[in-house]
Write a protein that binds this ligand. Structure first.
Ligand code: TNX
Length: 542
């Protein structure tokens, strides 16, 4: 009996030793298959990093991240006692597909293998998360043992579209922080950055053939503090507010995103949400203007003026805009908005009436549908596919449109039933601009999106005949009430951790308690990295 007790105690000590010393890795998103093995790998200044020339960029990204806090310059020479190797599979491994990877951490050797470079990149991100949190430090940390627990991981995503949207119109965020945002979403294996570039409150992308768009459309008059007055940065402004991205900036950001396997989805929001464009080119409206870029003194909503679908010049304008946008962004899709368009002016507009008669259109919705179909033709002529918010279903869906379903899932379901591709981003699960904690204590916004509503999001509704039509999902950060980048981070994290796991992890591998504990570890990493986040998610009813 004593022997049994002694063996039991030894076993306990041994297991405590394995798990307590190095901790159970807190990966987000949860990988498909994960096995913890005894022992650990230690990164030191003699560790070698080996990658084929084709994967040099990924290796360099890893080496650069490691170098900051460790001070180590990993050498590329082969041999040595501790090696990290990035290797492409010789034969295609069907199980892990285009973005999956296997990661083997043994005491003297780490191997990441994948079919495609994207998989190596995600394996590398997992490896980063296995390192101690101090790896996120922007300063050198001396005398730290940089150990990685031995593991065997097989991992691949559930969805191919794992998006995060940032609205840079309501508030403008400089190029450097846009990059920071992209870097951060890629760390959690998201692969689409939806860039909401235009709205009533500002046009943010340079279009060379239409110079007024940034000269006029990117700037608005000072705002007098109203609903955001609890925010010290939201006090009365003293100067015009605005900003834009030059085409050189855009190219730089696109390249930065590509290096992180992130595709950028540019959005040009028409025919509604286009007051900034109309301030620059008032002839494109039904009423003629003049207009001023919306100052945003009211909380949210859409301006009543929209691009005139009766006016042929609106299409000439969009041909120019979409032509330049298509040339700048390598992704397959362009998002043309289509949401919340007020159609009241269309009823009395002579050109609109003529258009309706000529095209035999019965309702304003059909007129909008006519407009969107012409957008699709332009987008296609530039070699791209068109995406739009679910309002593009009204009056008849353009033949090949992909629908982004935001007013719940029903638009997405309807589109999928018509055999169209869908991105699910219902406000009730994915709108990061909403309250996440006790509204009385939070910076002002409206409505509520708890962490658990993000985590419990299921992008594939039961009634969809072909689930493969649901490409994936997306979190959206609208910024009417988000005046600076610290606040962007606050609204995004930790809720985007939950969404990242919804989009990447297998349904059966999800678990709320496990997620919360892994989230806590990742928030500690954010403390080290000086990235802002909301602890107030715990104050909400979850
Ligand atoms: C609706 S979602 C909008 C945005 C607002 C958002 C606020 C969508 C396509 N349109 O213009 O910013 O609500 O939550």
């Amino acid at each position: 009996r004593y022997l049994r007790i002694a063996i039991f105690t030894l076993c306990m000590l041994f297991s405590i030793n394995i798990f307590a010393v190095e901790g159970v890795p807190a990966l987000i998103p949860q990988p498909v298959k994960f096995q913890r093995l005894p022992g650990s790998f230690k990164i030191s200044k003699t560790t070698k990093l080996i990658a084929a020339p084709a994967n040099k960029e990924i290796a360099e990204l890893f080496a650069a991240m490691i170098k900051v806090p460790t001070g180590f310059t990993l050498s590329h020479a082969s041999g040595g006692v501790s090696t990290i190797q990035l290797a492409m599979n010789k034969a295609y491994n069907k199980q892990i597909g285009e973005e999956g990877y296997t990661l083997d951490v043994k005491p003297a050797k780490i191997t990441i293998q994948a079919n495609k470079p994207a998989g190596l990149f995600y394996g590398m991100q997992t490896l980063m998360q296995l390192l101690p949190k101090e790896i996120e430090s922007a300063e050198i940390i001396k005398n730290k043992v940089w150990s990685i627990p031995c593991v065997k991981i097989t991992d691949y995503p559930r969805f191919g579209w794992r998006g995060l949207m940032l609205d840079v119109s309501r508030h403008y965020f400089p190029k450097e922080v846009v990059k920071k945002y992209i870097n951060q979403l890629a760390k959690y294996k998201m692969n689409v950055f939806h860039w909401h570039l235009t709205d009533d409150q500002g046009w943010r992308i340079e279009i060379k053939s239409l110079p007024q768009l940034i000269e006029v459309g990117a700037w608005r008059a000072p705002r007098m503090g109203l609903w955001w007055k609890r925010d010290p940065q939201g006090a009365n402004e003293v100067a015009d507010y605005g900003g834009y991205y030059t085409q050189e900036d855009v190219k730089e950001i696109v390249k930065y995103a590509q290096q992180r396997f992130v595709t950028i989805l540019p959005e040009i929001d028409v025919p509604g949400h286009s007051l900034a464009a109309l301030a620059a080119y008032p002839n494109l409206s039904c009423t003629g203007g003049p207009f001023k870029v919306n100052v945003g003194n009211t909380f949210y909503g859409v301006d009543d003026n929209a691009l005139c679908p009766g006016n042929e010049e609106s299409f000439v304008f969009m041909e120019k805009v979409l032509g330049e946008v298509a040339a700048l962004f390598p992704g397959q899709y362009i998002h043309i908005g289509g949401d919340e368009c007020f159609k009241g002016f269309w009823k009395d507009c002579k050109k609109c009436k003529k258009r309706m008669k000529d095209e035999n259109l019965k309702t304003p919705e059909e007129l909008q549908s006519y407009f969107i179909r012409r957008m699709e033709n332009i987008v296609k002529s530039k070699g791209k596919k068109m995406m739009g918010w679910d309002e593009i279903l009204e009056g008849g869906l353009a033949p090949e449109a992909t629908v982004m379903s935001w007013r719940g899932m029903k638009g997405g379901i309807e589109a999928a039933k018509m055999n169209h591709h869908v991105i699910m981003t219902p406000a009730d699960n994915c709108y990061l601009d909403l309250y996440q904690g006790d509204p009385a204590a939070e910076p002002p916004t409206y409505s509520m999106l708890t962490l658990s509503s993000c985590y419990n999001f299921e992008p594939i509704p039961a009634e969809i005949p072909d689930p493969s039509l649901i490409l994936g999902g997306q979190g959206n950060l609208w910024t009417e009430s988000v005046p600076n980048y610290r606040h962007v981070e606050y609204m995004t994290w930790p809720r985007a951790f939950a969404l990242a796991e919804v989009f990447w992890s297998q349904k059966e591998n999800k678990g709320w308690d496990s997620f919360i504990s892994r989230m806590e570890h990742n928030l500690e990493r954010y403390d080290v990295a000086n990235i802002n986040y909301a602890r107030s998610v715990y104050d909400a009813t979850i």
